[in-house]
Design a protein around this ligand. Structure first.
Ligand SMILES: NC(=O)c1ccc[n+]([C@@H]2O[C@H](COP(=O)([O-])OP(=O)(O)OC[C@H]3O[C@@H](n4cnc5c(N)ncnc54)[C@H](O)[C@@H]3O)[C@@H](O)[C@H]2O)c1
Length: 316
């Protein structure tokens, strides 16, 4: 078994993340078996996968490499890797891996896509904990390049390296997160910014729409090509320090979630799904946001593939 050849991938849960994970591995040439216990989700899987085919203009024949099963035993049989994308509940995930451990070879790598539960906890009762790893895909996993590969306190270096290699070869951009901490890296950064954004709106400094404009049209316009650390190096750390001296004491330090957010949730203002969150949304406006995002991510994904193809042709 090696990550350069066709692998047998087991995916647990065929929901929002599971179907995208299944797709990206099938598109990379691997065989994917999805375990999905609910018949409605199993039955809707082909339709959801076809929608990705249409979005990306891929060959529908690649879907022949994906099969959905109601039997965990059949779905996991012979798997080289297992990617779990089941509901975000620790006992559910522990139970799943306890069952899978009995069904797969000792060499099978066991990965959880949990966004918040440490894989250290998920794998706590496994016999061989060195093969348990966190792989945090971003939604939608077939379009967003990043995968955070989280090495927990027991994961072996070899399991990290092989998983990174598998993901790289499937066109993903894996990063090695060396400690199994809440929020890993991406969500810590994202929520640090949202924490300040919520506090600014709560304090009446600006409205929610202004926050979105500032991020999208300001520093967000360059973040796809310039990360915050290289941006700091670009402007100079002396300037970074000067700004930090003036600004940091003024940034929000509310302990726990801001009351402004708690009040919104208490009032049933949950965002697009209820017509109002930080901003007000008609169904049409909400649909326009969703399709703008989907189109943008699909265009980016196609452009990246095109670049890879051109690079391959140059080196051929
Ligand atoms: N939604 C996101 O943006 C996102 C991003 C990164 C990570 N995650 C993580 O991915 C995991 C899955 O999230 P999702 O958004 O795809 O959820 P989802 O509800 O869309 O999918 C979960 C699927 O698991 C199935 N399921 C239920 N019980 C099961 C069981 N016992 N065994 C196997 N499958 C079972 C459900 O029928 C469903 O199809 C969670 O751990 C979540 O935290 C989600």
């Amino acid at each position: 078994m090696n990550e350069h050849t066709q692998q047998k991938i087991g995916v647990v849960g065929g929901g929002l993340m599971g179907h995208g994970i299944a797709y990206l591995f099938a598109a990379a040439g691997h065989h994917v078996n999805v375990f999905e216990p609910f018949s409605d989700m199993r039955n809707s899987l082909p339709r959801r996968l076809l929608a990705i085919i249409e979005l990306l203009g891929d060959d529908p024949r690649l879907l022949k490499r994906i099969a959905a099963h109601d039997s965990l035993e059949i779905a996991m049989g012979g798997a080289d890797w297992v990617f779990e994308a089941a509901p975000e509940k620790l006992p559910v995930k522990q139970e799943i891996f306890a069952a899978i451990e009995k069904l797969v070879a000792p060499s099978t790598i066991l990965a959880s896509n949990s966004s918040a539960i440490p894989s250290t906890e998920i794998g706590r009762h496994l016999k061989n904990r060195e093969r348990m790893i966190g792989t945090h895909f971003w939604n939608p996993p077939h379009l967003v390049p990043l995968v955070e590969v989280i090495q927990n306190e027991r994961t072996s270096g070899e399991v990290v390296e092989r998983t990174m290699q598998l993901l790289r070869r499937a066109g993903k951009v894996p990063v090695h997160v060396r400690r199994d901490i809440p929020g890993f890296v991406g969500n810590r950064l994202q929520h640090a910014m949202k924490r300040e954004a919520i506090a600014l709106v709560a304090a009446g400094v600006c409205d929610a729409q202004t926050i979105d404009t500032v991020v999208r049209e300001g520093f967000g316009a360059r973040t796809a090509v310039l990360g915050p650390m290289e941006q700091a190096d670009l402007v100079g750390l002396d300037l970074q320090l000067n700004v930090a001296e003036v600004l940091y004491d003024d940034l929000d330090r509310t302990a726990g979630p801001h009351p402004f957010l708690r009040d919104k949730v208490k009032a049933g203002k949950l965002g697009m799904k209820t017509g109002e969150g930080f901003r007000k949304w008609t169904a049409k406006e909400a649909d326009a946001v969703r399709s703008r995002l989907s189109r943008f991510l699909a265009e980016q994904a196609k452009a990246r593939r095109q670049n890879v193809r051109h690079a391959d042709e140059r080196t051929a």
